[in-house]
Design a protein around this ligand. Structure first.
Ligand code: FAD
Length: 571
């Protein structure tokens, strides 16, 4: 068979903040760069980011420094973070923000005309640069503009389905146009995965439709290692009512601007759980606290708690949180300048992902790089709010440079094996050849229910084992799904591929969670409720061995003395 084929030195899979920043960097090396995205350019999930981007600019709190940002990030991640990533991130984030500004991003300002910064959970100082509560939109608009003027080729509404290797090196990828289902082949020297997270494996999530963990799954199938998969962040504040919008994010910016959390007894219940930091405690802590309040009967009418910002002047609320004002007015008929919101935890962010080299974004497979939410290590056991957007630009740039350098050194394009290509095309077609009544939507629903119920905020060995056997059953059923019709405009067929990714991600999360017999950050085991020093020195690693998912551990990289001292001083 012949297929539409494109050749690029570097192919970036994903057009969110990480992918676009990587593309700009790779293109600045005079290489041919392609960017693929499941959604339209400008619509990647990053566009939904609200509260801000963290960087120690010290515009509002002059005492802030990269050192404090580093310490906050490590503490938030319960010291499981890759220290080198946390260091580079804290050191480079301010430059990446100034660069965004040079490229046209307009952040909110202090009266002196500096970039304004707001408070966020777990950050010692006011550190989040923002554009109201629409920071992601401004970031994507800026990076998209810069990207298209850097000469990149963009393939929108195209889903990558499989990666190819040649003797251990990345050689290419195959995907399909979502519109007409036609297959497309990419022959490349290097690939940067920037595919974001996989929240759609959960029933209640803030994530958009494209967050199905494809990059995690593509990397895993290509033989790369994943780390920290047990750490799935539940953001404390998602909408809980009405049912159609359950899970939709209520930005931490609400608490950053002074929003108060109360239960049905009108108590500021965070007093019980973290009296120092209260509403601005870390996300893992606030989520568990809300969950406990609801479980113990002190919740709001629709199974959440109350978040109240109505004590601030209405005009200030509308100026600082315009999207939140409209979100609640339009979707729930609640005027947040006058009455409290009802909120509860929502599956939000994957700390786990492709194991990468901190400096270059290189994965454990030659020619395969990763950045942004699909990569692991930076955030350890729990991410601080605002540290994702800064992660995207710091490590997007580094992975783009790493891939460009790798590609420049390859004299020839590796070969995509014809048989592997045909096999991939056959696998993609397979659901049309099958008969039977397995339905991808039903399987997806069952997966979401079991991840929510058995692999959620609080975990036990019994639940995790049940979750793993359910995933096994669903994998077998997913392999039998039959799709009717043709490849044109066929969302059921698209879901078959997405399901495969979500099942891989879910299996990795559940199996890694079973292996970590302690509670740390976003991973809470009711049967092992304490931190265990032994596990504090280990990353759980997921990889494929002989077609099976293999779980092992590896030591957390040793931190240099000067950083250890810094942490000791900042206790
Ligand atoms: C509502 C909300 C608000 C948030 N607010 C903040 C905030 O204020 N501050 C902060 O730091 N973080 C925030 N986050 C987290 C942050 O937005 C994300 O972690 C981040 O945007 C992820 O960026 P990314 O570039 O890694 O991936 P994404 O922006 O998710 O982009 C992934 C890209 O990969 C493409 N893709 C995926 N699979 C495939 C495939 N198989 N083939 C081709 N293309 C593919 C997608 O189409 C998309 O273009 C928020 C998250 C949510 C949900």
């Amino acid at each position: 068979m012949s297929y539409e084929t494109h050749e690029h030195d570097v192919l970036i899979i994903g057009a969110g903040g990480a992918g676009l920043r990587a593309a700009v960097e790779a293109a600045s090396n005079n290489l041919s760069v392609g960017v693929v995205s499941k959604s339209l350019l400008g619509k990647a999930h990053t566009v939904m980011a609200e509260g801000g981007i963290a960087a120690a600019m010290a515009n509002v709190d002059p005492k802030d420094s990269w050192q404090t940002h580093f310490c906050d990030t490590m503490k938030g991640g319960k010291f499981l973070n890759n220290w080198r990533m946390a260091q580079l991130h804290a050191q480079e984030a301010p430059d990446r923000i100034r660069e965004l500004e040079d490229w046209g991003a307009l952040f909110d300002r202090t009266p002196d005309g500096e970039i304004l910064q707001r408070a966020f959970g777990g950050h010692t100082y006011k550190r989040l640069c923002h554009v109201g509560d629409r920071t992601g939109l401004e970031m994507i608009r800026t990076l998209q503009d810069k990207g298209v003027h850097s000469g990149i080729d963009v393939y929108m509404e195209l889903t990558i389905f499989r990666l190819f290797k040649d003797g251990g090196k990345i050689a290419g990828a195959i995907g399909y146009w979502r519109k007409n289902g036609e297959f497309v082949v990419f022959k490349v020297k290097a690939i940067v995965l920037a595919t974001g997270g996989g929240g759609k494996a959960y029933q209640i999530t803030s994530n958009s439709w494209e967050c199905t963990g494809d990059g995690h799954s593509l990397a895993y199938e290509a033989g790369a290692e994943l780390i920290d998969m047990e750490f799935f962040q539940f953001h404390p504040t998602g909408m809980v009512w009405p049912p159609g919008v359950r899970g939709l994010l209520v930005t931490e910016g609400v608490r950053g601007e002074g929003g108060l959390l109360r239960n049905n007894k009108n108590e500021r219940f965070m007093q019980r759980y973290d009296p120092q930091r209260m509403e601005l405690s870390t996300r893992d802590m606030v989520s568990r606290s809300i969950y406990t309040e609801v479980k113990e009967g002190r919740g709001s009418p629709h199974g959440g708690v109350f978040l109240d910002i109505s004590h601030l002047p209405a005009e200030r609320v509308k100026k600082k949180l315009p999207s939140m004002y409209h979100q609640f007015k339009d979707l729930a008929d609640v005027d947040i300048t006058k009455e409290p919101m009802e909120v509860g935890p929502t599956a939000h962010y994957m700390m786990g992902g492709v194991r990468v080299d901190a400096d270059t974004g290189a994965s454990t497979i030659s020619g395969l790089f990763a950045c942004g939410e699909v990569s692991g290590g930076m955030h350890g056991a729990n991410r601080l709010g605002g540290n994702s957007l800064s992660d995207l630009v710091v490590f997007g740039r580094r992975a783009g440079a790493g891939a460009a350098e790798y590609a420049r050194k390859l004299a020839f394009f590796p070969t995509v094996d014809k048989n592997e290509l045909e096999k991939a095309a056959k696998d993609m077609e397979a659901p049309f050849q099958r008969s039977g009544d397995e339905d991808p939507y039903q399987i997806h629903r069952e997966l979401q229910e079991s991840m929510q119920g058995l692999v959620g905020i609080f975990r036990t060995e019994g639940d995790l084992k049940k979750g793993i056997s359910k995933i096994e059953e669903l994998k077998q059923r997913a392999a039998k799904v039959a799709i009717k019709g043709k490849r044109e405009y066929n969302p059921g067929w698209h879901l078959v591929g997405d399901l495969k990714s979500m099942l891989t991600v879910s299996e990795a999360v559940a199996k890694a969670a079973l292996a970590r017999k302690e509670s740390r950050g976003a991973h809470s085991r009711l049967d092992y409720p304490n931190l265990d020093e032994k596990f504090g020195k280990l990353n759980v690693v997921v990889s494929q061995k002989n077609g099976e998912m293999n779980i092992s551990t590896s030591p957390v990289p040793e931190m240099p003395e000067e950083l250890k001292n810094l942490l000791a001083e900042n206790k």
